[in-house]
Design a binder for this molecule. Structure first.
Ligand SMILES: Nc1ncnc2c1ncn2[C@@H]1O[C@H](COP(=O)(O)OP(=O)(O)OP(=O)(O)O)[C@@H](O)[C@H]1O
Length: 233
């Protein structure tokens, strides 16, 4: 089977500049491959490096070694490990969707516009983008009166639902999910499980951190253990 994401030999250290440049090795020789329609869950104890790996896959951190190959919708391949900032931005527009635990609130921008933005960035006409955003917010039970408000004052669960709608509104080939159900009630958790199932059915490749074991068991096809490197430090 062809892959959508294939990373090999990944290494990441952090350097503590305030502590005489002490180096903390976090990841060594990590490999991950995810194909269309597959969901891989990252597992491992707290501090093992799951979030660090996610940030590498998002292009937020540079890798100290290894490659992170991502297949774009047109079939061409990019290596995130050596991509320029401009290429990373383009990959996030067309190829890599992301749902983090916390919404990055943009002052004065209404929730529905935040959700529609990934569609607008891909050239979907504004009215259609807003209609699709509203439909997804409705599916995630965000009260209609909140759609036109900036999410700064929303509850944790409401912000998380805006974040989820933004992540799932466009058909990204690769989706990175960082605890997507962390602040949700049972009914919305079911909606997210359904959205993940639909993304898999349309051929998306997904990588997720799911601290909720039941969610993980229901959505993940495989588990990648991220082992702590404490002994090597
Ligand atoms: N920016 C940073 N600077 C220095 N050390 C960091 C940085 N980010 C993470 N670390 C360290 O790297 C290690 C891995 O952290 P990471 O957040 O990836 O773990 P995790 O597996 O996601 O943990 P959790 O399950 O608790 O979220 C930890 O020891 C952490 O302290």
């Amino acid at each position: 089977m062809s892959w959508t994401l294939k990373a090999e030999g990944l290494a990441k250290d952090f350097t503590l500049h305030l502590q005489d440049g002490v180096g903390i090795p976090v990841l060594r020789d990590v490999a991950i491959e995810v194909g269309p329609g597959e969901c891989v869950a990252l597992s491992g104890p707290s501090g093992a490096g799951k979030s660090t790996l996610m940030r590498l896959l998002q292009g937020n951190y540079g890798a100290d070694a290894g490659c992170i190959l991502v297949r774009r919708p047109d079939g061409s391949v990019a290596d995130l490990a050596i991509a320029s900032p401009r290429e990373v931005i383009a990959l996030r527009r067309d190829t890599i969707g992301h749902v983090s635990q916390f919404l990055r609130v943009i002052p004065r921008v209404p929730a529905v516009e935040i959700v529609a933005e990934p569609l607008a960035a891909r050239g979907v006409p504004r009215e259609e983008a807003l209609a699709r955003a509203k439909a997804l917010l409705h599916r995630l039970s965000l009260p209609r009166r909140l759609h036109a408000l900036p999410p700064a004052t929303f509850s944790g669960g409401e912000q998380q639902r805006v974040n989820l709608a933004r992540g799932f509104v466009a058909a990204f080939p690769l989706m990175l999910l960082d605890e997507p159900t962390a602040s949700l009630d049972a009914a919305n958790r079911e909606v997210v499980i359904a959205l993940i199932g639909e993304a898999k059915a349309r051929g998306a490749a997904l990588v997720g951190i799911f601290h909720d074991r039941e969610v993980r068991d229901r959505v993940a096809d495989r588990v990648l253990e991220v082992a702590p490197l404490r002994d090597a430090a």
